[in-house]
Design a protein around this ligand. Structure first.
Ligand code: SF4
Ligand code: SF4
Length: 361
């Protein structure tokens, strides 16, 4: 598929021609959206989710709000009704695990209705438990819990901060779809196996887990699997480390992310993708801090294909000159395999790895 891009460099060749607003990455983003045609399918009155990542409290290298605002303006120009959206994280206590906490963090990090020119709606509801169940035939997963507002939107425009990721190797559009558009039960299913379990020998029967469970799934200090929605709130409150979760790492996580993305793709109607290869940090924006950038900024990519755009972004990343040796010479986390994630995404029909890269001036 075609992938379009704009370069983040602002080259001034003559000293008296420095005042050129068209060199702004915001102006370039507008031209990128126009020339790539990624919003062409939006029709008058479409409800358009602009999906991004607000970061956690303390994350400092999320996308600048002006980029999201520009995308919002373009959606309005195309006739759509935009809302900016994000989902909650696993757990029940930390601020980003509920819609109210998520909105507080969004405001702290500069994302408000005023800065974005569109309302912010947390796609998986107040507690991250509003979803639509979508059956799939994955190697690991048979059901994906798609965040309700994503499933109900007519179109989704992904504004993804491209960076590295400790679980999937790269954090690009596929990850924004597979992790960012699902509610808590799927967030659990892509990070862990089975269900949380209470270890009787460690449990002091303090009752804190019973109190926090949103669906009354703990009876006689045992978790009833048929009721449990895998929010991990119980494990978060337990001070005795009595709740065991079998966390996963590496390739199985990225395969599960791809499977979740395939569930989202089954219900979402129109997709457009923007990868911002700026401030490429070693960690995901869900960390409550940001590290140094690993490479110089590259620019912004646009495509209608989530696999092509991630393939192209990863290729550009690998070809770039490192400015930091924070990671190994392979330049991704050693236990991850972005290549297998891209191949599996292609195998599941999410897009093509083959792409044509076209520069927009
Ligand atoms: S919070 Fe932990 S110690 Fe307390 S009842 Fe639940 S499992 Fe037992
Ligand atoms: S038992 Fe399940 S639903 Fe209840 S708090 Fe624990 S993980 Fe969440």
């Amino acid at each position: 598929m075609e992938v379009f891009y704009v370069d983040s460099r602002a080259v001034v060749l003559e000293p008296d021609k420095w005042y050129q607003p068209k060199l702004s990455l915001v102006s370039k983003l507008r031209r990128l959206i126009d020339e790539s045609g990624i919003l062409d399918e939006i029709e008058k009155g479409d409800l358009v989710a602009v999906k991004t990542h607000f970061g956690d409290r303390g994350t400092t290298k999320t996308l600048r709000s002006v980029y999201i605002r520009t995308v919002v303006e373009k959606v309005i120009e195309a006739g759509g009704k935009p809302f900016v959206t994000e989902t909650t994280g696993l757990g029940m206590i930390r601020p980003r695990c509920t819609a109210l906490g998520r909105l507080e963090i969004a405001e702290e990090n500069g994302y408000t209705q005023q800065t974005l020119k569109a309302p912010i709606i947390i796609a998986d509801g107040l507690l991250g438990l509003d979803f639509v169940e979508v059956p799939i035939e994955g190697k690991y997963l048979k059901k994906v819990y798609v965040a309700k507002a994503i499933a109900e939107a007519d179109a989704v425009v992904f504004c993804t901060h491209f960076k590295l990721h400790m679980q999937s190797g790269i954090g690009g559009s596929i990850k924004n779809v597979g992790v960012g558009c699902v509610a808590k039960p799927s967030k659990f299913d892509l990070h862990a196996k089975g269900f949380p379990r209470i270890i009787a020998e460690r449990c002091t029967k303090c009752g804190k887990c019973v109190e926090i469970c949103p669906v009354n799934a703990i009876l006689n200090y045992q978790i009833v699997e048929e009721k449990c929605l895998r929010c991990t709130g119980c494990a978060e409150v337990c001070k005795e480390d009595a709740i065991q979760i079998d966390w996963l790492l590496g390739r199985e996580v990225s395969d599960r992310i791809v499977e979740c993305a395939s569930g989202v793709a089954k219900v979402a109607r129109k997709f457009a993708f923007l990868n911002f290869i700026l401030d490429v940090t070693p960690h995901c924006d869900c960390h409550p801090y940001s590290d140094n950038s690993l490479i110089s900024d590259i620019g912004i990519l646009a495509s209608k294909d989530m696999v092509s755009i991630d393939r192209a972004s990863f290729d550009l990343y690998k070809k770039s000159q490192p400015i930091s040796d924070l990671l190994s010479k392979e330049r991704v986390w050693q236990w991850t395999d972005p290549e297998s994630m891209l191949s599996y995404a292609e195998e599941l029909g999410l897009g093509k790895q083959e792409y044509k890269l076209t520069k927009v001036e």
